[in-house]
Write a protein that binds this ligand. Structure first.
Ligand SMILES: NC(=O)c1ccc[n+]([C@@H]2O[C@H](COP(=O)([O-])OP(=O)(O)OC[C@H]3O[C@@H](n4cnc5c(N)ncnc54)[C@H](OP(=O)(O)O)[C@@H]3O)[C@@H](O)[C@H]2O)c1
Length: 283
């Protein structure tokens, strides 16, 4: 999909994209890079990052890649410093890294809950704080985009990520207010079901159920999400902050992402989601 934005829009700018080695994050890195930004992509899997970096370089994009587990404050501090020392101050941060798995709340272990909260909530805060302190506040300039999820009506079937993403949404509002004085704008993007590497890990019947419950009757694409993020990072969004932008084919307005087991049908209290639907066991 060709970008609607003008070539060279981000010339001279540096963007950090967490989880930029795959799926939506990769599409965001590529779109910002094609429009002139230098992009720093990070994640845990080095091989995946190397492959992504090669592919971005083939598209004539300047790229740095580095291993950075967003749950680890030391990794985060080091990565932000590495990018700053290599290229100077970065003014764009896209907090895209994250992950979760379907489960019913009563079958979710403490470890599983903590894993998702640490990743999707704590990790996002650590990256955001570090970028603000090392670069954006001293420079009085910053654009932050937080990728969350469709949590408008809770997130039945994924209580951990629903709570974490709602936390990030609230953090987005708070920081929009606190950091407006530093010329930092921060917004959240809430994708519905997007055909990407993240969704490939879910059972196909679950994805199909979500597609049917989306008014537009299709999955979104990573490129569509990347265009929205690009807008929010661009001068066109210079008076926009603290908002959540849904990109979900209308899903948050109508229909649940997927069904939850009905106790009346089971003739008793809620059963675990069938394994074919759950797909992954709680760690
Ligand atoms: N696809 C959808 O339908 C959808 C809908 C709503 C929200 N989202 C969210 O959008 C984001 C991108 O999703 P996607 O579909 O592109 O999935 P994906 O390919 O699984 O992307 C997740 C990325 O985050 C990185 N990551 C995960 N945990 C990390 C950690 N602790 N530290 C650093 N990097 C980490 C992963 O890299 P490593 O494994 O190498 O660390 C990976 O590159 C995720 O946050 C996802 O939850 C996706």
């Amino acid at each position: 999909m060709p970008s609607i934005f003008r070539p060279g829009l981000f010339d001279g700018q540096i963007a950090l994209v967490t989880g930029g080695g795959s799926g939506i994050g990769f599409a965001i890195a590529r779109t910002l890079g094609e429009l002139g930004a230098k992009v720093a992509i990070s994640g845990r899997n080095v091989e995946r990052l190397e492959k992504a970096a090669r592919s971005l370089r083939e598209a004539n994009i300047e790229v740095l890649h580095g291993q950075c587990d967003i749950r680890d404050v030391e990794h985060v501090t080091r990565w932000v410093k590495t990018v700053r020392q290599a290229w100077g101050h970065a003014h764009i941060l896209v907090n895209n890294a994250g992950g979760q798995f379907p489960t019913q709340a009563e079958h979710l272990s403490t470890k599983g809950w903590e894993a998702v909260i640490r990743n999707n909530l704590n990790g996002t805060f650590f990256m955001t704080r570090e970028m603000a302190v090392q670069t954006m506040i001293p420079e009085r300039r910053g654009r932050i985009v937080n990728i969350i999820a469709n949590v408008r009506r809770g997130f039945p079937g994924m209580v951990h990520t629903g709570a974490a993403r709602a936390g990030v949404e609230n953090m987005t509002k708070t920081l929009a207010i606190e950091w407006a004085q530093y010329n930092i704008q921060i917004n959240a993007v809430a994708p519905g079901i997007i055909q990407s590497s993240g969704v490939d890990q879910y059972p196909p019947e679950l994805v199909e159920m979500s597609r049917k419950r989306t008014p537009m009757k299709r999955l979104g694409t990573s490129e569509e999400v990347a265009e929205l993020v690009t807008y929010l990072a661009s001068p066109a969004a210079s008076f926009v902050t603290g908002e959540t932008w849904y990109i979900d084919g209308g899903a948050n307005l109508w229909g649940d992402t997927w069904g939850i087991p009905d106790p009346e049908e089971h003739g008793g209290p809620a059963q675990p989601m069938p394994q074919s639907i759950v797909g992954a066991k709680s760690p």
